[in-house]
Design a protein around this ligand. Structure first.
Ligand SMILES: O=C[C@H](O)COP(=O)(O)O
Length: 319
């Protein structure tokens, strides 16, 4: 796999409709497969803690609220630097654990960069008219450039759902290529907003176009759609990632986001990754979990693993 270099970028390809035009997705079969996951791998207790710690290092710790302030972002960044209590980590023989990134609105990037200075934790910014993306393209591209000027290391863009719903794959591809170019050296994660794409076939096709246009990650949702990340949608996207790897040799990352709140979710998504793509994908350069409130439950489970009891929520470091 060509994914070892830290700054790896997906070079993309020309638009190859033949890679996706005939795709058919058996929705009931995908749903059955997703539903069977929790039973497929019963993780032993001692391994659960390791899987949960791995989930932590893959979290894009997120705040995307209308009432965000630089103080809230600073608290979030403090959590990103030290997501799990140091005493508990040392009981597990680990030190230096951080989240994968923090994810904020463009106007919060500079506050996040200040708070994360020297930590090595990247700052991801949403852009392109997040969450709906219904702005003229030049303004969406200008927003990417603004976020980069503020210091963003990664850009989470949203696609135009209308292009997918109308089957206008050239328009989607061209728009994404323009965004990819505007991202320069920053990683581009493309949010498909799958809850608004109507069918799993559309999800599969949009995934292919996003990767062909050079997305470094494909991401399920903004967290603002009525339906956000689900296991059947994720299964469809992972199979598209596998196809793209088979066609090009390039490993694109995956980011489920929106509604992941429990340690069980973190385990289920990792099991899905391993079963569909293999263990190589379970690291931050190929797997991120976009979540605003998942860390609290993981902390509770880690605390229980170390001490044998659940800590009161005010004793945990997660906000
Ligand atoms: O990209 C991340 C999502 O906006 C987070 O969604 P969430 O608040 O449901 O965890």
């Amino acid at each position: 796999m060509k994914d070892e270099a830290p700054g790896r970028r997906n070079p993309g390809t020309a638009l190859h409709r033949e890679w996706f035009e005939t795709i058919r997705v058996n929705t009931p079969a995908s749903e059955r497969r997703a539903a069977s996951l929790p039973q497929r791998r019963s993780l032993k207790k001692e391994w659960q803690a390791a899987w949960l710690l791995n989930a932590v290092r893959c979290i894009d710790l997120t705040t995307l609220s209308g009432d965000d302030t630089s103080d809230r972002v600073a608290r979030l960044c403090a959590k990103a630097r030290q997501p799990i209590d140091a005493v508990q980590l040392s009981a597990l023989g680990i030190d230096g654990l951080t989240t994968g990134a923090v994810c904020v609105y463009p106007t919060m990037v500079s506050a996040a960069k200040r708070s994360l200075d020297g930590s090595g934790v990247p700052v991801a910014s949403v852009a392109t008219g997040f969450p709906a993306g219904l702005m003229p393209l030049d303004l969406r591209l200008a927003e990417i450039r603004y976020a980069l000027d503020q210091g963003a290391d990664e850009i989470d863009i949203v696609i135009s759902r209308a292009h997918v719903l109308q089957g206008d794959w050239s328009a989607l591809y061209d728009e994404l290529c323009a965004m990819r170019e505007a991202c320069g050296g920053a990683l581009m994660k493309s949010i498909l907003a799958t809850g608004e794409l109507k069918t799993l076939e559309n999800v599969a096709k949009a995934s292919h176009v996003a990767m062909q246009a050079g997305s470094d990650f494909i991401k399920t949702s903004t967290g603002k759609e009525p339906v956000n990340a689900t296991l059947p949608v994720s299964l469809t996207m992972l199979r598209a990632i596998r196809d793209y790897r088979d066609q090009t040799g390039f490993a694109v990352g995956f980011k489920p986001a929106g509604g992941l709140r429990t340690a069980k979710d973190a385990l289920n998504w990792q099991v899905l990754m391993v079963e569909e793509l293999g263990r190589d994908w379970l690291r931050p350069n190929l797997f991120r979990i976009g979540a605003s409130s998942l860390l609290g439950d993981i902390e509770r489970q880690i605390s229980h693993h170390v001490t044998g009891r659940y800590a009161a929520s005010h004793r945990l470091a997660a906000g």
